[in-house]
Design a protein around this ligand. Structure first.
Ligand SMILES: NC(=O)c1ccc[n+]([C@@H]2O[C@H](COP(=O)([O-])OP(=O)(O)OC[C@H]3O[C@@H](n4cnc5c(N)ncnc54)[C@H](OP(=O)(O)O)[C@@H]3O)[C@@H](O)[C@H]2O)c1
Length: 344
């Protein structure tokens, strides 16, 4: 039986990977800090939880004890993380490091976390220039992509068969950043309208965890040192995302399409932006990757998970709190009611 170890494996990518590989007959070990985050159905299918706090070399070695045919790292953010991973990558049959499209820069040096939004002018291939490698705070807008580049380079320069994946906006059950919540929550609150800046035309490519898992399986079967974009076969706009979710939940609302992006944030969504960000996935397809499905199909399990969690089911502790710094401004009903003339 082939064995896979997924570091940071109880989140969106790890769950999808476990579901896929267990079905294909693999033994899958998922690491995390909290064993309660391993869903019952995945444990029942045979996947095991292994404790691992990022940065703890002893726990890392223990998680990998006995070796693995596939090593996936979902919590690799810095050059130091990669250096700690290297001894394992030298032993593993194939290693996959989860990087990000945030590494890419446009001709002016802007990237997806810049104050000035990037303008790529078309689908981004893996040969697009990246930020320079960097260190410092990997949680900062400038530090995230720079640290990812540094982490990628340590692994790609090692001579090990490491596949670096660059996903875009990830969706899937178990996600710690469930962006689709901005529409699911509105449906659960029976909101009469949805406001969309830029007429909902904004595109920031989506990446289903199930599609990442499909690509990980290909990388497991074809070990090699390479970089691959990872994204859904379609690139839905914010309006198409809102419609897919409303349709799935059988909710109808007035679509208020705003021409611009108002200064008060009305209509802003995680996918809004002045210029489309789309990843070219030709290289993955040429390697034999077959997407698990398009956005509307693959997002369905995420939507079901969010609704279940909102009703107290698995993952309820992962849902954003009402005053969440990221989500609260995207769920500002007061401003919407004012615009609808509904304020009391
Ligand atoms: N979210 C996106 O849209 C996006 C886009 C591009 C790239 N990425 C990359 O995707 C990766 C995240 O994958 P994901 O979306 O599957 O993650 P996720 O849903 O956020 O889950 C995070 C996983 O990592 C574990 N974890 C978190 N902090 C940890 C720590 N300090 N030590 C050990 N384990 C830790 C979590 O378990 P516990 O909480 O139990 O520890 C969980 O298993 C990151 O490398 C990120 O840079 C994300």
């Amino acid at each position: 039986m082939r064995r896979a170890v997924v570091l940071g494996g109880t989140g969106a990518i790890g769950r999808a990977t476990a579901r896929r590989l267990v079905t294909a007959g693999w033994q899958v070990d998922l690491t995390g800090r909290d064993p309660s985050r391993l869903p019952h159905d995945i444990a029942a299918a045979g996947a095991r939880f292994v404790p691992f706090e990022r940065g703890d070399q002893a726990q890392l070695a223990a998680a990998f004890a006995g070796g693995a045919d596939l090593l996936v790292d979902c919590v690799c953010f810095t050059a130091e993380d990669s250096a700690r991973l290297l001894p394992l990558a030298r032993e593993a049959g194939s290693t996959v490091m989860i990087s990000s499209k945030a590494v890419y820069v446009d001709r002016d040096g802007n990237h997806s976390n810049s104050a000035t939004k990037p303008r790529f002018g078309g689908p981004i291939s893996e040969t697009q220039p990246t930020m320079a490698p960097g260190s410092g705070d990997y949680m900062s807008p400038e530090g995230y992509g720079a640290n990812k580049v540094a982490a990628e380079q340590v692994l790609l320069d090692s001579g090990c068969p490491v596949t670096v994946l660059r996903p875009s906006k990830i969706h899937g059950p178990g996600s710690r950043q469930p962006r689709e919540w901005v529409f699911v929550k509105r449906v659960l609150d029976r909101r009469p309208a949805v406001f969309l800046a830029h007429r909902g035309a904004g595109i920031d490519h989506t990446t289903a965890a199930a599609n990442i898992a499909a690509l990980i399986e290909v990388a497991a079967d074809s070990p090699g040192a390479r970089v691959l974009n990872s994204a859904d076969p379609d690139a839905p706009s914010a309006l198409e995302i809102a419609r897919a979710i409303a349709r799935q939940l059988d909710h109808s609302w007035q679509e208020v399409l705003l021409d611009d992006a108002p200064a008060d944030g009305l209509g802003r969504t995680p996918w809004d932006g002045p210029h489309a960000i789309v990843l070219d996935t030709t290289a993955a397809l040429e390697l034999g990757y077959l997407p698990a499905g398009g956005y509307a199909t693959t997002v369905a399990e995420m939507v079901d998970w969010l609704v279940g969690a909102a009703r107290g089911g698995e993952g309820s502790e992962l849902l954003p709190l009402p005053h969440d710094e990221y989500f609260a401004p995207l769920l500002d009903y007061t401003a919407e009611d004012r615009r609808l003339g509904l304020e009391s």
